[in-house]
Design a protein around this ligand. Structure first.
Ligand code: A2P
Length: 407
């Protein structure tokens, strides 16, 4: 008669601040704006989150996939989560003795409709290692190279930085990223958070057979609005010299991975330093050019001018029958302004031919703003050929054949 009422228990979605690399992917992916952040942490608002899971697959580290059973009235507030240095201990479910918990499961999961790209890798992708080294257990790499890969007379100071891991394992795949821990403290007196960079080298090393990798890093001297801003990690990296030591965590990423089966085609679309994973994939294919395993490679690469396009020289040396290169230059004197999406439309026939082949995977990396432009261009070329873009788009996502990495 006097049995206690069931406690209402919430399966609260929380983010592990020790693993999170503050890449903003979850906040961008959340379809209902339940995720927010400050200079310290990314956090989930328990009053908004419905557990749709849209943010879980895109998270490169898995930090997002954490849950705590709490009494709903005692849910961890946004304010509390912003102050966390680590996740609170798991508690036993807050249920009165003898009572059955009414666990408030989040609302019915929604498909990740908001995400433009796939949440799964292509079927033949190699299996990636992730999180081998964390904030608590970083690995020390040695700088073995640091070269500028843009014209010295331009404002785009982009560097190719090679890190060596010596005898320690750091297995990676093209399309994965690593985190760099810049030295020093932030404005709150805490160690800086890791900054994420995509690999520019293939799985077998910047130099084949060596235990090293490369990054493409743009020195940040202004923010998105053009106001002066000093990028803590990019300036640190661009100023490194040979034999300097760097704290590295990762690797990260389990979906933006290239197909591994013979005959797979790649459509690669990038701007600026978004070229890093495209260089990694292209170099993987170039090294096996004699094997006959490669399908077709098509590259759309956007930059202000040729001299601001990273790796312009080496790119132009690649054989045209190996890769179909399309450069979209937006500020080249005497030329009309071109964006990658313009060239996708110009090359509609070849793009359609590749899209019609289920061995084709599409990779988009670079400025956030190009995401919509590229999707619109892909939709336009598809629709103009009489096909239904929504059906094709769904198939590309379901089959892990369309991937975005934008910032
Ligand atoms: P823009 O000259 O209009 O800035 P950045 O050098 O800033 O990294 O940019 C790389 C290239 O991407 C530049 O050519 C830039 O053109 C272009 N770009 C800027 N916004 C977009 C967008 N929304 N879609 C595609 N390309 C873009």
């Amino acid at each position: 008669m006097n049995a206690p009422l069931p406690a209402e228990v919430l399966k609260q979605h929380v983010i592990d601040p020790e693993i999170c690399i503050r890449c903003n992917t979850c906040e961008e992916t959340c379809p209902i704006d339940a995720i927010t952040h400050d200079a310290n942490n990314y956090v989930v608002d328990p009053d908004i989150c419905n557990g749709c899971m849209a943010c879980v697959p895109p998270c490169p580290t898995g930090a997002i996939d954490n849950w705590r059973l709490v009494a709903r009235a005692e849910a961890h507030s946004v304010h509390d989560q912003l102050g966390w240095e680590e996740l609170p201990q798991e508690q036993a479910p807050p249920v009165a003795a003898g009572a059955e918990a009414a666990v408030a499961e989040p609302a019915a999961p929604q498909p990740a409709a908001a995400a433009p790209g796939a949440a799964v890798p292509p079927w033949s992708a190699a299996h990636p290692y992730v999180n081998l080294y964390t904030h608590k257990t970083p690995m020390t790499a040695t700088v073995v190279g640091n070269y500028r890969v843009t014209g010295t007379d331009t404002d785009s100071d982009i560097h190719h930085i090679v890190l060596d891991f010596g005898e320690l394992p750091f297995p990676v795949l093209e399309g994965q990223s690593i985190g760099i821990l810049p030295p020093g403290l932030d404005a709150q007196g805490r160690p800086h958070h890791a900054r994420q960079y995509s690999l520019a080298s293939p799985r077998d090393g910047e130099r084949a057979g060596y235990n090293n990798l490369s990054l493409t890093v743009k020195r940040v001297t202004e923010d998105h609005a053009g106001a002066a801003a000093h990028g803590v990690c990019s300036n640190y990296l661009c100023d490194l010299v040979k034999n300097d030591k760097v704290q590295v965590i990762g690797p990260f990423g389990h979906t933006f991975l290239m197909p591994n089966h013979p005959g797979a085609n790649l459509i690669m679309i990038c701007t600026g330093t978004g070229s890093a994973p495209m260089r990694a994939m292209t170099e993987r294919c170039r090294r096996r050019i004699e094997s006959g395993e490669n399908g077709k490679l098509m590259l759309f690469f956007g930059a202000r001018t040729e001299r601001e396009l990273p790796y312009f020289g080496p790119l132009m040396k690649l054989p045209p029958d190996f890769i179909d290169i399309n450069l979209a230059l937006s500020r080249e004197a005497g030329q009309p302004k071109r964006y990658v999406q313009d060239l996708i439309r110009d090359r509609a026939a070849k793009v359609l031919e590749l899209l019609a082949d289920r061995n084709t995977c599409i990779y988009v990396c670079g400025l956030k703003g190009m995401e919509t432009g590229v999707l619109d261009a892909l939709r336009d070329v598809t629709v103009q050929s009489g096909q239904d873009w929504s059906i094709l788009h769904d198939a590309l996502r379901r089959e892990g054949r369309l991937h975005f990495e934008t910032y």
